[in-house]
Design a protein around this ligand. Sequence first.
Ligand SMILES: Nc1nc2c(ncn2[C@@H]2O[C@H](COP(=O)(O)OP(=O)(O)OP(=O)(O)O)[C@@H](O)[C@H]2O)c(=O)[nH]1
Ligand SMILES: [Mg+2]
Length: 392
Amino acid sequence: MKLTVIGLGQCGCRIADHFARINLKARSERKATIAPIVLAVNTDQADLTGLKYIKNDYLHRVLIGLRQTLGHGVGKINELGAQLAKEDGDKVLDAVKTEPRFYETHAFLLIAGAAGGTGSGAIPIMAKMLKERYISKPIYALIALPFEHEQDTESRSVYNTATCLKSIYDTVDAVFLADNQRYVRKDASLVNNMERINRQIVEPFYNLMCAGEVTKGKHVGSRTVDAGDLAASLEGWTAIGIGRTALPPFRFPWEIRKKHFRDKALESFRGTQALDATLSDLSVTCNPKDAAKAMYVLSGPPKELNMDMVKSVSDYIKELAPTTVLRGGDFPAEKHFIDVTLILSQLSFVPKIKEYYEQATQYAQEHVGQLEETRKRIDALADLSKELPNLS
Ligand SMILES: Nc1nc2c(ncn2[C@@H]2O[C@H](COP(=O)(O)OP(=O)(O)OP(=O)(O)O)[C@@H](O)[C@H]2O)c(=O)[nH]1
Ligand SMILES: [Mg+2]
């Protein structure tokens, strides 16, 4: 699947930067293009400057709301993020339209951190604008959920998260949830943690997107999952993950052929072992039973991928989620590992979302006056420019 990726706000842009990185990786490792267009959109100029892989012209790094924020962000007020996206969203639409490779892409992926201001507020607005213009292209969102310490100490973060989730769910085809807290490693510094977390968030998309795009024969699986399968498997709240088991060190082909029957039996176990790792590493806590749709991609060296393994993996998923509509395939790519990528979609229950909605409702009740005041001030600011001509 080829995606048009748009990062919004600091978190969204940094994660989008990693999509630009894996696109380069796919081109060099697998001769596949998976994210030909990656755009970064922010109200903060410094954050846009810090990106590594996204092209650095004004059509790929789009600064919005310059007039109102002077390039310094919206300071966690997501209503303001939304307002600025309404005013300047056309800049993003123009950037998309001028991309010659846009028509090759199968869908949009919009990314933001739910707890901030710019990304959280802008993502539902941008999604709506794109949906209105490109009716037939699916739009997916990837939303980073706040760390526990943010949830505990900053009630505004929870309010932003809840309003962002509610608005985005109504607009897009599917929402991938990535809970920052699940990726935290206690011993790492915050900066290193963020970089590593972003890598981990993006990693499961790599095999998934490559699977339908590779052109070289040796990478084409016996049952390939393509953009159509993916589109059919994605709906509503969605979790994603990847897990792997290492293969024994190099073996000569005749060793593989002559293996003992016990080793042979062990082999198909590797798939389910990797699946266990995937399940414990999903991007958000959820119960597979609650997924109405699921999809897996099994990836490994062609000689190691066999029907037994595919069957044991899909049987295992069926056991965990008996009512799910399951799609899946294999992708002979990795050399030393068996990887299982899993998507659980159309989730009917996600504990974290319930938490946010409940906490935010309470916050809204306690801060009615303050929220109303913010809204009025934002409207008043927009009103000030009403009499001025529009240059674009
Ligand atoms: N995974 C991940 N989360 C991040 C990153 N940067 C910030 N966050 C999280 O995103 C939320 C804050 O959103 P930001 O993206 O910083 O905010 P913004 O959209 O730039 O909005 P303003 O700065 O308020 O204008 C918090 O929950 C952070 O923990 C990142 O690089 N990766
Ligand atoms: Mg910011």
